[in-house]
Design a protein around this ligand. Structure first.
Ligand code: DGL
Length: 263
């Protein structure tokens, strides 16, 4: 048993999609969330730079006593998870592009992956995609402008719809029936993506429930779960200013209240 918090980080608000799934699945666990905010977006930065920011994030989370770290950012996972695992001895969970469930579920044989430029170029993504490329056609597209929409709280506007349409419509024209959200910011655009998809039978796949399941698996494996009935706390920190911390908190509360807190 271990009542220390789980540390979760992302370039900004996106990792809150993973935070919410972990909170739902593991209600006894305290969570400390680090949203960089100062260097967001990561999507166009070099792997070296992202690795530096990821180390800063892990150090801050370790200062908070984190017992396990979740890299709730596909871009940082692709750029830095190997280095982090070499450098730190505590368990580190990274994001997995959900290509496998999409490849298993597709009927048209065409799946789409939306992610940042850096993620799509990463060895991690390339490797996962190549494992399935012989069975299905994989269309990869950068969600250009998507992270900025989420960070500015603009998830359902006309601008959001047209930004998404520019990227998603070419996929639909090529008959995709599965769209994998390969960036933790994108689940917050799911409603608008759904509008662009219209009445076509297309599944939108968010990998965050699988990440929460992996966190649970590791805590059980290492006998590190919080005690049953332990009262958890939720803390938010950032490389940016207090205003950004307030923004993370407000976003987290909204996400939780509107999507998860249906007790
Ligand atoms: N949320 C991130 C990801 O999963 C990073 C997006 C960005 O900062 O560009 O890739």
């Amino acid at each position: 048993m271990n009542n220390a918090p789980i540390g979760i980080f992302d370039s900004g608000l996106g990792g809150l999609s993973v935070w919410a799934e972990i909170r739902r699945r593991l209600p006894d666990e305290s969570l400390v969330y680090y949203g960089d905010g100062k260097n967001c977006p990561y999507g166009h930065r070099s792997a070296e730079e992202i690795t530096r920011y990821a180390i800063e994030a892990v150090e801050r989370l370790l200062d908070k006593g984190a017992k396990l770290i979740v890299v709730a950012c596909n871009t940082a996972t692709g750029a830095a998870v190997k280095t982090l695992r070499q450098k730190y001895s505590i368990p580190i969970v990274g994001m997995e592009p959900a290509v496998k469930p999409a490849a298993l579920a597709t009927r048209s044989g065409v799946i789409g992956i939306l992610a940042t430029k850096r993620s799509l170029e990463s060895e991690h993504f390339q490797h996962t995609s190549s494992c399935y490329a012989s069975n299905v056609k994989i269309l990869q597209s950068e969600g250009r402008g998507f992270v900025e929409l989420v960070e500015s709280g603009d998830c359902n506007s006309k601008l959001a719809l047209s930004t998404i349409a520019t990227v998603v419509e070419p996929m639909l024209e090529q008959d995709v029936d599965q769209i994998v959200l390969g960036c933790t910011h994108y689940p917050f655009l799911a409603e608008s993506i759904r509008k662009v998809v219209g009445n076509r039978d297309v599944a939108i796949i968010d990998p965050s429930p699988a990440i929460a399941a992996r966190v649970e698996q590791l805590l059980v494996r290492d006998n590190m779960r919080a005690e049953k009935g332990h009262t958890p706390y939720y803390e938010f920190i950032s490389a940016a200013d207090e205003e950004y911390v307030a923004k993370i908190k407000e976003f987290a509360t909204r996400v939780w209240e509107s999507n998860y807190n249906h007790k």
